[in-house]
Write a protein that binds this ligand. Structure first.
Ligand code: SAH
Length: 393
């Protein structure tokens, strides 16, 4: 096996089992591993540390597959994928949901590998050189562990560029068609566009939070900001909302949302194509008021370097939302920015309430569901946080 040898003293993070090797920690490579090929990682003093995938183009020059010396092959992926799928077995028994994440990257010991199950289709998103190198073995392992008939690849996340990888969208196993499918989540149906949808097609990490919103919406005037394919909006309507207004800037997303509304026979959502930053101001100027507002924006801060700019954007929309709430109203507000930790997010929301002149309290703290675990040795995986705040009555 090729060897990646670290600089003196640079083995500490690996010893804490953080699965990334940064290029600055690398002293030299022995052998000629290509992108994605397996290397043994060794300390400067000759101690074996891990088996990893080499990625010469990336600042993350290696990602750990295993902490013991072993071959990386089909059997490795069979074991790892099976373990991840087995851990989710109890989540699958819920008959009114057939969409969930089966493999969640580093936190499931498979760096760069995301596998989302949508009914009989698994969508794979491979974002590291190692994951890319092993796509066929991973596809076979997914079929074997989950029993699905179809594996579709949507490897077009921007992070692939950092690994020197081109985007890939392809049918890996099973037929190419159809590319529009329907899944069930907590008894509601949602259309998924496998070719053009965001991420792998659906924001599976919000499943439990959408359900919670369903329970909070009875009799309310609801605003769903950044609604994508209508997950929160349709749950609010299913939960007995009086009115639902849903906003997204993407026409494609709203097309999916309207279709899903029809599938569920839940008419009456006012779908608006527009910019949430702009519309919140318009609603304020018009004196419109809501009882429940959901804000689930895209990630404003992918890394800590963007945190300050992101903080201003979060504060802006949340301040406006607090102003639009009636007394006793609820704000369910989210951040999926890896660069904004939970304590900072809470401070931003507190600042927004203060400047909006409202007294508010946190009544729920939210995260992604159990199919999106966060490995304790990989805090970068802790990206989604949410707060439900109640404004004083
Ligand atoms: N709440 C959704 C997921 C939202 S993802 C769900 O449960 O499925 C973020 C969404 O914000 C995307 O659909 C994107 O199109 C939209 N978006 C990004 N910037 C926007 C803006 N300034 N105004 C309105 N929508 C925006």
């Amino acid at each position: 096996m090729h060897k990646l040898i670290l600089k003196a003293g640079r083995e500490k993070s690996l010893k804490r089992r953080h699965p990334w090797v940064f290029s600055g920690a690398m002293a030299k490579v022995q052998g000629t591993p290509g992108p994605g090929e397996t290397v043994g990682v060794w300390s400067a003093t000759g101690e074996f540390l891990a088996v990893a995938a080499y990625s010469p183009a990336s600042q993350i020059v290696a990602r750990v597959w295993d902490w013991k010396e072993r071959a990386i092959d089909r059997a490795f992926f069979d074991e790892s994928v099976k373990r991840a799928v087995e851990q989710r077995r109890t989540l699958l028994k819920d008959a009114d949901t057939d969409a969930l994440r089966l493999v969640h990257g580093e936190s499931d010991g498979l760096p760069g590998v995301v596998a989302d199950r949508y009914g009989d289709t698994v969508v794979l998103q491979l974002s590291s050189a190692g994951a890319d190198r092993w796509r066929q073995e991973i596809a076979d392992a997914v079929v074997e562990a989950s029993g699905v008939g179809r594996v579709w690849e949507r490897s077009d996340a921007e992070v692939r560029q950092l690994e020197g990888l081109a985007p890939v969208t392809a049918a890996l196993r099973g037929p190419r068609q159809p590319t529009r499918i329907v899944v069930a989540e907590n008894g509601l149906k949602f259309g998924i566009d496998l070719e053009h949808g965001h991420k792998t097609g659906f924001y599976l990490d919000q499943r439990a939070n959408r359900r919670l919103v369903r329970t909070l919406a009875q009799g309310s005037d609801v605003l769903d900001g950044f609604c994508y394919s209508g997950g929160f909006a349709l749950n609010a309507l299913a939960g007995g909302a009086k009115s639902v207004t849903a906003v997204d800037s993407s026409a494609g997303a709203l097309d999916l949302a309207r279709n899903s509304a029809e599938l569920n026979r839940l008419p009456g959502v006012d779908w608006i194509e527009g910019d949430v930053f702009h519309l919140l101001r318009k609603f304020r100027d018009e004196g419109r008021r809501f009882d429940l507002i959901v804000l689930d924006p895209p990630k404003f801060a992918p890394t800590a370097a963007h945190a300050e700019k992101a903080a201003r954007a979060y504060k802006d929309i949340n301040l406006l939302a607090f102003k639009l709430l009636r007394p006793g109203g609820l704000l369910a507000t989210f951040s999926c920015s890896g660069g904004v930790p939970a304590d900072l997010f809470q401070k931003i929301i507190a600042g927004a309430a203060l400047d909006a002149g409202v007294q508010a309290q946190i009544i729920e703290r939210l995260g992604p569901g159990a199919d999106h675990p966060v490995a304790l040795n990989f805090p970068e995986g802790d990206y989604l946080k949410g707060l439900v705040c109640r404004v004083a009555g």
